[in-house]
Ligand binder design. Structure first.
Ligand SMILES: *[C@@H]1O[C@H](CO)[C@@H](O)[C@H](O)[C@H]1NC(C)=O
Length: 200
């Protein structure tokens, strides 16, 4: 149950606007027993997200990632801050990069994702997040709560730590050096403007 709530919170980071319909938790639970129905959504892989244009590339230097320091971090709260930063400071965030086709899979009470198991829904988030990291170029920005210099590191089990960070690290280290730098900001970046180099 706890795991499922976490998956829903993670999925909530994908809706384009704060006013978008919240994911229907009750419907999702009812639908879980039907997860094996023949119309079940097959979760696209990271490569399929990219190849099938389910996600657009963020602009160079504009990718914004956000993550918690512990599993219990309220992803919805960070999401609203990220949406605001994207709108006012010109960052690109994963939910904003998803195509209409991808959004149709996850938005609304009848969305195919509600038929998935919690684990499969989580997988959807992870694959899309991986694609966002794969498509990021230039300097990337990571928003976390706490002081950007002294604050705790990302929670080890987070999508950022497990999925996005290794991809960014790889893209920074080898070959074309598609990622040129990483910076950490706090949730109050809009007022402080403080960004601190972040070791991937
Ligand atoms: C990206 O940022 C780098 C500085 O790290 C800058 O040299 C470059 O011009 C920027 N590119 C774009 C497209 O903004």
């Amino acid at each position: 149950m706890k795991f499922f709530s976490f998956a829903v919170a993670a999925l909530a980071t994908f809706a384009s606007f704060a006013s978008a319909a919240p994911l229907p938790i009750e419907t999702g639970l009812e639908a879980r027993g039907q997860a094996v129905s023949s119309t079940a959504l097959k979760v696209p892989t990271t490569q399929e997200f990219i190849n099938q244009h389910l996600i657009k590339a963020p602009r160079k230097n504009k990718s914004l990632f956000w993550t918690g320091q512990q599993a219990a971090t309220d992803a919805r709260r960070l999401r609203s801050v990220a949406l605001d930063l994207a709108a006012k400071q010109g960052f690109d965030i994963v939910g904003e990069m998803l195509s209409d086709d991808a959004l149709r899979l996850i938005n609304g009470p009848k969305a195919p994702i509600n038929k998935l198991s919690a684990a499969a829904a989580n997988k959807f988030v992870e694959e899309a997040s991986g694609a966002f990291a794969e498509l990021s170029t230039g300097d990337v920005t990571i928003m976390m709560e706490g002081d950007p210099t002294t604050g705790p590191q990302p929670e080890a089990g987070s999508v950022f730590a497990r999925i996005e960070r290794p991809i960014l690290e790889e893209r920074a280290a080898h070959g074309t050096q598609a990622i040129t730098g990483a910076f950490r900001i706090a949730t109050n970046f809009k007022t402080t403007g403080v960004k601190v180099p972040f070791k991937l």
